[in-house]
Design a binder for this molecule. Structure first.
Ligand SMILES: *[C@@H]1O[C@H](CO)[C@@H](O)[C@H](O)[C@H]1NC(C)=O
Ligand SMILES: *[C@@H]1O[C@H](CO)[C@@H](O)[C@H](O)[C@H]1NC(C)=O
Length: 246
């Protein structure tokens, strides 16, 4: 969802200029502010060298976001995804990304995820924290499932939030260029420029499926029941709701 939204935002920003969006791979176009990898320029250094307006990437939960983002009234776009698909996606991502901990078996990872012991912390704290803050700050809260269901509508919403007016032709072009199949074949968006030692696409491709409901192929009946029970408890104190299928 992050890479997808970054591509959309870049294209809205440049008025649908696909050639321009192919100027560099995703991780060069958008500094990942909390990312530090030995021997590679850090996200922060990258951001400092970039002229305004900058489009930055972060996975931080709101309580770890540098407060200046809110104090300076930066525009923030947040993308949430239902936790079952999130877990499956994260599991396969950790398998192929050697910069993250080895997820172990699916059964092991299921427990790790439920305990919130994944990088960037508990999914529950993450989605609820940003949800509670969204009305006090300039935060556009998007849902992966809505973006899948009606990409044109959600892209239009993003454009409005960014203060851009796009004609229908440009909007259609952005919808096409940011569809899963097109992005999977876009070498500037599919992370194929990262060394295989860091991201090994033959274990699991970075652009894996991009669907809603793939969790059904991973969760056992028992895991699903356990998950639903835990979800009910942890989501009892929020108005936030999710769709688990389209
Ligand atoms: C990335 O895109 C290139 C160019 O279309 C393609 O050859 C390659 O298979 C893609 N990589 C992945 C992992 O999907
Ligand atoms: C990538 O994964 C494949 C399949 O597991 C393995 O054969 C290959 O050695 C790996 N490549 C690297 C560079 O680790």
């Amino acid at each position: 969802g992050t890479t997808w939204t970054q591509e959309i935002v870049d294209l809205i920003h440049n008025g649908g200029d696909v050639k321009n969006s192919e100027r560099a791979p995703t991780h060069i176009r958008f500094p990942f502010i909390e990312w530090i990898f030995p021997s590679v320029v850090s996200g922060l250094e990258q951001a400092n060298e970039m002229p305004s307006p900058r489009i930055l990437k972060t996975h931080l939960p709101i309580h770890l976001l540098p407060p200046s983002f809110l104090e300076k009234n930066c525009k923030i776009i947040y993308v949430a995804r239902n936790p079952k698909d999130n877990m499956v996606s994260y599991y396969h991502f950790q398998r192929m990304n050697k910069g993250l901990p080895d997820p172990g078996t699916w059964e092991e990872y299921f427990e790790t995820f439920l305990a919130g012991k994944v990088c960037w912390g508990s999914w529950y704290d993450h989605v609820k924290g940003w949800w509670e803050a969204k009305d006090q700050h300039r935060i556009l809260y998007l849902f992966y499932e809505e973006m899948k269901k009606n990409p044109k509508h959600e892209i239009q919403k993003l454009a409005e939030f960014m203060g851009k007016t796009l004609d229908d032709k440009v909007l259609e072009k952005i919808v096409h260029h940011t569809s899963f199949d097109v992005m999977k074949q876009n070498p500037m968006a599919n992370y194929s420029s990262i060394p295989t030692e860091v991201m090994n696409h033959s274990i699991s491709p970075f652009m894996r499926k991009g669907t809603v409901g793939d969790w059904k192929k991973h969760f056992t009946v028992a895991q699903n029941e356990r998950f639903d029970e835990d979800y009910k408890e942890k989501m009892a104190d929020t108005s936030l709701t999710f769709h688990f299928q389209l």
